[in-house]
Design a protein around this ligand. Structure first.
Ligand SMILES: Nc1ncnc2c1ncn2[C@@H]1O[C@H](COP(=O)(O)OP(=O)(O)OP(=O)(O)O)[C@@H](O)[C@H]1O
Length: 326
């Protein structure tokens, strides 16, 4: 059965105005997501993962501008009225932000903050509720993210809790009420690996039980391999490869994807990989052709001159590289 397309991003460009000029960060980013799908967004630090998420939710910083289409259930997020946008954020989409401290208000108790998110969601959906219902939903969400003693946490201020606990509270806030799309920006980076694995298990479970779709931004190829259906590899604000997880790991075509995979440390103790030589692209003055070209050992004249387009290589597996078939 064909699943409905939930999100379609077409030629998304994001610029940041800074003292030195205009940073062209996202460059013609296009992808889509169907209902119940788990898409991994992978790339090294600064490649534009958070910027992509913020653009999708229309919460970019004030020095940013964007162009392109973001169609959520066919409606263009960039053209929604403030009311429609607020309603969509309250009922349909949610985001786990990377930095939990900036998402929690230090002067309100955890319980008040999580309750206000749940209340806004239920109100926007027109569901009748009592304050007791809200508290019960909040306590369940806190225990779902494996926080011990949810009653105590409910009554605590953020500063009374550890960084890992605060991060789990942010995750609880994002998943306390049912959503159609979850944007998870490095969920669990400051958690230890056992808790992180359980959080990823919780997200997987939500996908199975509610049909929610997830875009998971991460540096970890191991996490992506275990928890996603498709993977999108980003380099310097562009998608360089996108395809089904199994196909991408079995047959990585783009030199950057291959280099990323080669960097993963092996448990078998085969030594430490050398990393990818060179520096991340300058967004102030990006190269004209392929943005990876200054770090690529296969690059030739074509790569200097023209930006490669995403091209179909295998079933649903696209690559943007002039030399990918080498
Ligand atoms: N408000 C801003 N003003 C100027 N530049 C910005 C702003 N926000 C982000 N950037 C720049 O945009 C680029 C992409 O940043 P972004 O946070 O999207 O990357 P990322 O892939 O999420 O990185 P990480 O994995 O470290 O979170 C970086 O060069 C960053 O410095």
């Amino acid at each position: 059965m064909n699943k409905e397309v939930l999100l379609e991003v077409k030629d998304l460009n994001v610029y940041y105005r800074v003292y030195e000029g205009l940073l062209h960060v996202l460059n013609d980013v296009s992808f889509s997501l169907v209902e119940g799908e788990r898409l991994g967004l992978v790339g090294e630090t600064g490649c534009g993962k958070t910027t992509t998420f913020r653009a999708l939710l229309r919460v970019l910083d004030s020095n940013a501008s964007s162009k392109g289409d973001i169609l959520y259930k066919g409606r263009n997020v960039n053209k929604m009225s403030q009311t429609e946008l607020l309603n969509t954020r309250r009922t349909e989409m949610s985001m786990i932000f990377q930095d939990p401290t900036s998402s929690l208000n230090p002067v309100f108790k955890v319980g008040e903050q999580i309750s206000s998110v749940i209340r806004a969601n239920l109100q926007a959906k027109g569901i009748n509720y009592s304050e007791n219902d809200i508290k019960n939903i909040a306590l369940k969400a806190l225990s779902d993210v494996l926080l011990p003693d949810p009653e105590r946490i409910f009554e605590s201020y953020p500063f009374q809790l550890s960084g890992g606990m605060r991060q789990r509270i942010c995750i609880a806030m994002s998943v306390a009420t049912e959503r159609k799309l979850l944007l998870a920006d490095e969920p669990g980076t400051s958690l230890d690996v056992t808790i992180q694995a359980q959080i990823l298990g919780l997200l997987n479970n939500l996908v199975k039980t509610t049909g929610m779709s997830v875009i998971l931004a991460t540096h970890s190829l191991g996490v992506v391999r275990e928890t996603t259906d498709r993977v999108c590899i980003m380099y310097g604000g562009e998608i360089v490869e996108i395809g089904p997880t199994r196909s991408l790991f079995a047959n990585p075509f783009h030199p950057y994807t291959r280099a990323l995979l080669a960097c993963v440390p092996k448990l078998t103790g085969e030594g430490i990989a050398e990393g990818i030589p060179g520096e991340m692209v300058s967004y102030l003055n990006p190269p004209k052709g392929c943005r990876f070209q200054p770090r690529c050992s296969f690059c030739n004249e074509d790569c200097n001159r023209t930006k490669p387009k995403l091209t179909l290589y295998e079933d649903d597996h696209y690559v943007a590289c002039h030399k990918a078939d080498l």
